[in-house]
Design a protein. Structure first.
Length: 151
């Protein structure tokens, strides 16, 4: 299971705007070393989903569509990647003819639920924990995010 590059860049973009406020997409692209054209497509998807707002002209740029406390990593990922599913059979209820006799299906459900729970963390919490991680000097370099130690 791997997030797409688009989802990864979407998270970087949202974190950049959440940390530093409204800025142009070109500035985000420069800071994060992302192709401006590719980031433009990502910003469009994020704006369509309400994760970001866009404004043209003087004083324009991109900004969060809602406060960072009410936006989650899962929302950002799903805005550009679609519904989060670790296997095709989990995208829609009854999405697999073999589901009733499948020995692995319950494991896929558990794994997906665990992954969604891990990604259901607010952008504000990600930033706060990232700030703690980067400010630790001489410590073990770990922070706790919803019960998981992160190095």
């Amino acid at each position: 299971m791997q997030l797409t590059r688009e989802a990864d860049y979407a998270v970087l973009c949202v974190l950049e705007v959440a940390r530093f406020g409204r800025m142009s997409a070109a500035e985000v692209a420069r800071r994060q070393e992302i192709s401006p054209a590719f980031l433009g497509k990502i910003v469009g998807s994020l704006a369509k989903a309400g994760v970001l707002t866009t404004r043209r002209g003087v004083g324009g740029g991109i900004d969060l569509g809602r406060p960072a406390e009410s936006l989650t990593l899962l929302e950002v990922v799903e805005a550009v990647q679609g519904p989060f599913a670790i296997n095709q059979c989990l995208i829609h209820t009854g999405g697999c003819d073999r589901q009733s006799g499948c020995y692995v299906y319950p494991l896929w459900v558990t794994a997906q639920n665990d992954m969604k729970k891990a990604l259901d963390v607010s952008i504000a919490e990600v930033i706060a924990n990232g700030d703690k991680l980067h400010s630790k000097a001489g410590g073990n370099g770990q922070v706790e995010i919803k019960g998981a130690a992160v190095k």
